[in-house]
Design a protein around this ligand. Structure first.
Ligand code: GLA
Length: 409
């Protein structure tokens, strides 16, 4: 009897001290992550000097204070593994080492992100994490990594391909056990429908192939193709029911600053905000023109993106040339964006009473038949009357007007 009691006590003690179940880190992405990533502008041409200068520029041009806190190095930072299997950065590009670089970034009030791949090699042919997940996670924690983008190249073919759920969950568990909170960004291009299984695995998942800096195009690269802004946008609406705080659809890092016209850059930014997309800038921050910094730092557009309810927007009305998107916001407010996909200026009158502004998914309605809401231009912050009268909107070629509706006080 005494022995049985003792065994029970020992048993429950063991249970109480057993390590917590691995999970993704909660609370690190309650709103869509904001930051910068090297890939879209620099590709494999990354080094510590670029990262330091970019971090400094993000502080100087107001991006950090606007919310862009992650400074993320994409592919091609890797060198060889050491004799114990620990990954090392390319010594010619990162001679001071990753810990020193992370310290530099952290000292400026920013966070540090890195990239790896679930396969044997990254898309750029550097060492992948397959078989080294726990060791890589420990190394990242030692360096001070706060964000991991995890790619899907070289994961095997056909029946021999890694199981994506298992592969991403293994790295999630490794990161959790390493103990340093990390945003975990799943990058398998939507191939395995991560929105169906990754809510407990990652904080964001790519929904498409790679973005490229064109308004509307599909560029073939042999085995894969990249997509323009409109092509990516058009694939997002059907996924809105799976996004929310802590688990975001990722329509890819932004090309804001890399598109030819200011209007296109504005539209791209506005629509990513309407989608509650991660806002990861992908341009040259050091040489950024003030008008691009102004777009990226637009406080009301950022506030739409970062709204705490995290409800992804939806296409509300469509004419052949214009799309009006809507997004319910906190405090009974709504965001409305009028996107001109065409290459000529258009005008459009929004009759607020003609079409109910409501969202079945979130069960929210603006009730514009019963009340008037104040309209603010989200680019300028200026009030544009109320919903009691039609709103005449003029939108330049490929531009986007954005409004925030709020209850009258
Ligand atoms: C894939 C990803 C890109 C980028 C490159 C790096 O194509 O989708 O975002 O990370 O790999 O090689």
């Amino acid at each position: 009897m005494i022995l049985k009691k003792l065994m029970l006590t020992v048993g429950s003690l063991a249970l109480a001290t057993s390590p917590a179940m691995a999970q993704k880190f909660p609370d690190v992405a309650k709103t869509p992550p904001m930051g910068w990533n090297s890939w879209n502008h620099y590709g494999c041409n990354v080094d510590e000097d670029l990262i330091r200068k970019t971090a400094d520029a993000m502080v100087a041009n107001g991006m950090r204070d606007a919310g862009y806190v992650y400074v993320n190095i994409d592919d091609c930072w890797q060198g060889e593994r050491d004799e114990n299997g620990f990954i090392q950065p390319d010594p010619s590009r990162f001679p001071s080492g990753m810990k020193a670089l992370a310290d530099y970034v952290h000292a400026r009030g920013l966070k540090f992100g890195i990239y790896s791949d679930a396969g044997s090699a990254t898309c750029g042919g550097r060492a992948g994490s397959q078989g080294y997940e726990y060791q890589d996670a420990i190394q990242y924690a030692r360096w001070g990594v706060d964000y991991l983008k995890y790619d899907w190249c070289n994961t095997g073919e056909g029946p021999a391909q890694r199981n994506p759920r298992e592969a991403y969950a293994t790295m999630r568990d490794a990161l959790y056990k390493a103990g340093r909170p990390v945003v975990f960004s799943i990058c398998e291009w939507g191939d395995n429908k991560p929105w169906e299984w990754a809510q407990d695995v990652g904080h964001l998942w790519r929904t498409t192939g790679d973005i490229t800096n064109c308004w509307s195009c599909q560029l073939g690269h042999g085995t894969w193709y990249s997509l323009g802004i409109l092509e990516i946008l058009d694939k997002q609406a059907e996924l809105r029911n799976v996004a929310g705080p802590g688990h975001w659809n990722d329509p890819d890092m932004m090309e804001v600053g890399n598109l030819p016209s200011l209007a296109e850059n504005r539209s791209h930014f506005a629509m990513w905000a309407m989608l509650a997309a991660p806002l990861i800038a992908g341009t040259d921050v050091v040489g950024m023109k003030p008008e691009i910094a102004e777009i990226l730092n637009s406080p009301h557009i950022i506030a739409i993106d970062q709204d705490p309810l995290g409800i992804q927007g939806f296409p509300w009305m469509k004419t052949p040339e214009l799309e009006v998107w809507a997004r319910p916001l906190s405090e009974d407010r709504w965001a409305v964006a009028v996107l001109n996909r065409s290459s000529v200026a258009r005008t459009h009158a929004i009759d607020w009473k003609a079409e109910p502004l409501s969202d079945g998914l979130s069960q929210r309605s603006a009730k514009l038949n019963e009340r008037k809401m104040q309209i603010m231009d989200a680019w300028t912050g200026k009030v544009r009357g109320d919903t009691g009268t039609e709103l005449k909107v003029s939108v330049g070629p490929r531009d986007t007007a954005v409004f925030i509706l709020e209850p009258k006080k």
